[in-house]
Design a protein. Structure first.
Ligand code: HEM
Length: 484
């Protein structure tokens, strides 16, 4: 097997003459030796030192560490009765995609074989503009009120005093908001460490409102399921791998694609009609709950295949910008509050992280559409900056105009209620096999063992209310005096 995780494999000689960023050819002495030379006259030195000093940009506030790849999505089943979006209209239609896998909480330089939820974000470059599905590896989210975002990020990332990841703040947060356990207990189960990104499922979670060409409305949850099967690493194995190869997940993906062993996923949807939604009520929009497959089974839509590695990581992956607000006609997003919060948050942080023209960067550009906006200027890239087209709307000249349509479809209104998901986490724990439950207990004990006792006790009380064996198992593992 050819282990193609090395990107530099071309020994055929230089691509050309070295130049400064302004294009001047660089003499050999300027590039190799500045000892006894006047630096101010060495344009190559000045050019490169001022450039390297400015290389770092802010990392993502979450999902900092990640790997990306490119490929296509192809429709394999007729789903035109559900979707009018052009890229899903016909069996066989192929759409280019960019995908970024990530660790939800780890910083940009972190080791990869950690126990945490992971991101699985897909950008479809459609003929109607970009459509993004930033999803996670766990099918439910932690909370359903976007007000939690700041609290979560701060409690789960580094402690402001010690700059360490802090299990006390993690368990403080969980025990103050135990409804998050429908997510967290899945992360502490085998599902918390996938064998590789190739074996990881992707769940965009939200229940999306969608329309077909007749304007009929349905609601769908998307599921990307790996064709290589969903597989997980055991904790011990993961700890060893983390020491042996901290970049294991990125290397595995890069190597597989480099070797022509292209990973693929089948996209499925769960479908709910308007009548289903009326009958079930707002809980089907609750991102802290799954929609049971036995009530709404999966329907195949198409295949996602990754067949190209990035040629340049920074340009093509670090600069990738996904957003739940990147929607196309017939895809309305979700009426829940988390979706609404996300529509603002991603664009806002990307304006800071990448500059306001981030959609003009090659990897984010909706390259299958000719865009016409009234946005102008600002930090690069501005590309042609819309040349001499008028820069305000409305105008009497030749500026772009909105398209005429029937009144715009809008998201249905839902009344949100407090999360109520203990039934689902109870069912999840009850259905674990004995060995799976033992591993869940071990993983919880491993995380809780260094935490202050009052927090341990609160956690054990909550586990006991979910499942008595779980509570007892963790209490025993922590050598707590109180047994249930
Ligand atoms: C209140 C709720 C949420 C807020 C405010 C929020 C906010 C953010 C922000 C600010 C980023 C960084 C984006 C960037 O720098 O490009 C991000 C990344 C991400 N979020 Fe969320 N998020 C929320 C919920 C969710 C949910 C429910 C999911 C999964 C369905 C999710 C999946 C992701 C993924 C996959 C990324 C990484 C995207 C990439 O690879 O670039 N987030 N989120």
């Amino acid at each position: 097997m050819n282990n193609r995780d090395e990107a530099f494999v071309n020994f055929q000689g230089p691509v050309g003459v070295l130049t400064t960023s302004a294009g001047a050819p660089v003499p050999y002495t300027d590039a190799t030796n500045t000892l006894n030379a006047q630096l101010i006259y060495n344009t190559f030195f000045m050019d490169s030192i001022t450039s390297v000093n400015r290389e770092r940009i802010p990392e993502r506030v979450n999902h900092g560490k990640g790997a990306g790849a490119f490929g296509y999505f192809q429709v394999t089943r007729n789903v035109s009765h559900i979707f009018k979006a052009d890229f899903l209209k016909k069996v066989g239609t192929k759409t280019p995609v960019a995908v970024r896998f990530s660790q939800a909480l780890s910083d940009r330089g972190s080791p990869e074989v950690t126990r945490e939820g992971r991101g699985f974000a897909v950008k479809f470059y459609t003929k109607e503009g970009n459509f993004d599905l930033p999803g996670n590896s766990i099918p439910v989210y932690f909370y359903k009120d976007p007000i939690y975002f700041n609290r979560f990020l701060h409690a789960l990332k580094r402690n402001p005093a010690t700059n360490l990841i802090d299990p006390h703040t993690l368990w403080d947060l969980i025990t103050l908001a135990p409804e998050t356990l429908n997510n967290f207990l899945r992360v502490f189960s085998d599902a918390g460490i996938p064998t590789s990104y190739r074996n990881m499922p992707g769940y965009p979670i939200h229940t999306h409102q969608v329309e077909n060409k007749n304007g009929e409305c349905n609601f769908v949850r998307f599921h990307f399921l790996p064709d290589g099967g969903i597989k997980y690493l055991m904790s011990e194995e993961a700890r060893n791998l983390n020491v042996m190869d901290p970049d294991y997940m990125t290397r595995d993906l890069y190597r597989a694609i480099g070797n022509g062993d292209f990973p693929s996923w089948t996209l499925h949807i769960q479908i709910l009609s308007e009548a289903d939604v009326k009958k079930a009520g707002p809980k089907v929009f609750d991102v802290t709950r799954i929609i049971p497959l036995k009530e709404h089974p999966l329907h195949e839509v198409g295949k996602l295949v990754l067949d190209r590695n990035p040629k340049n990581y920074f340009a093509e992956v670090e600069q990738l910008a996904f957003s739940p607000s990147n929607l196309v006609p017939g895809m309305l997003g979700s009426p829940d509050k988390i979706y609404e919060g996300r529509k603002l948050a991603y664009r806002d942080t990307q304006c800071y992280r990448l500059g306001k023209n981030f959609n003009k960067m090659t990897v984010n550009c909706p390259f299958r559409v000719r865009t016409f906006t009234y946005n102008r200027d600002g930090v690069s890239p501005v590309r042609d900056n819309e040349e001499d087209i008028p820069n305000y709307y409305p105008n009497s000249f030749h500026g772009p105009v909105p398209y005429m349509t029937k009144p715009r479809s809008s998201l249905i209104k839902i009344i949100e209620t407090q999360p109520d998901n203990f039934d689902q986490i109870q069912e999840f724990v009850n259905e674990l096999k004995t060995d799976e439950k033992s591993r869940l207990i071990e993983n919880l004990v491993y995380s809780l063992q260094t935490v202050f006792e009052p927090l341990q006790r609160k956690a054990v009380d909550i586990f006991t209310s979910i499942n008595v064996d779980l509570g007892n198992g963790v209490a025993n593992g922590l050598n707590m005096t109180k047994c249930y």
